[in-house]
Design a protein around this ligand. Structure first.
Ligand code: E4P
Length: 214
């Protein structure tokens, strides 16, 4: 499973990338707002840090506007993937961009039929938001299971990008189900890298090593 970092904070992206575990980056308008950096400059910096797919989200709600924004982002770097909301106008834009060879990440997916439509339109990635479904007492990971089953049924090449991940359990379940990618905030990536028994075990080994030297 590929691991993307879901962040607009350059320090977080740099730090996680330095661990050698980051395959790509996802951003969205809310994350860009939190970063305080103009979007284009932010993208220009991110592509220097991570050599992998970098999702840049459009804000137009009409296909023509989305395509225009996408063509502008695509010129920044070959790794830019255009994030398009899963609305009818978004499907039209995805179809046009696919024909032009521009990769897309279809975002704000909350149902398996939506995911099938995005794949039919030619999306490179589908982003089902598991955390936001959990927030409304719906099993977010069941959506990943359903999409995996449907995509496998028809050998659909669109990659499942589990998004809105909020905990290490989302990460574990996504990997067990066979999600192609997960995008997780820096905080979740840090949680994944730590285990209390690792810390305790290391402290004991180091203490014993000090004793062994005496
Ligand atoms: C990813 O592409 C999404 O932008 C992100 O995972 C949304 O996460 P949230 O539901 O925690 O805002």
């Amino acid at each position: 499973m590929k691991i993307f970092i879901d962040s607009g904070m350059l320090e977080e992206i740099r730090e996680a990338a330095s661990w050698g575990i980051v395959d790509g980056v996802t951003t969205n308008p809310s994350l860009v707002m939190k970063s305080g950096v103009p979007f284009r400059s932010l993208l220009e910096e991110i592509v220097k840090i991570v050599d992998g797919p970098i999702s840049a989200e459009v804000v137009s709600t009409k296909a023509d506007g989305m395509i225009q924004e996408a063509e502008g982002f695509a010129k920044i770097h070959r790794n830019i993937v255009i994030k398009i909301p899963l609305i009818v106008e978004g499907l039209k834009a995805i179809r046009t961009l696919a024909a032009k060879g521009i990769k897309t990440n279809c975002t704000l997916c909350f149902s398996a039929p939506q995911a099938l439509l995005a794949a039919k339109a030619g999306a490179t990635y589908i982003s089902p938001f598991v955390g936001r479904l959990d927030d409304i007492s719906t099993d977010g990971m069941q959506l990943i299971r359903d999409i995996r089953l449907i995509y496998d049924n028809y050998k659909i090449p669109t990659q499942i990008l589990t998004a809105s991940a909020r905990s290490p359990m989302h990460f574990l379940d996504a990997a067990k189900i066979g999600s192609d990618v997960i995008t997780a905030p820096f905080g979740v990536l840090k949680q994944l890298a730590h285990h209390p028994l690792t810390d305790l075990g290391l402290a004991k080994f180091l203490a014993d090593w000090e004793k062994a030297k005496k």
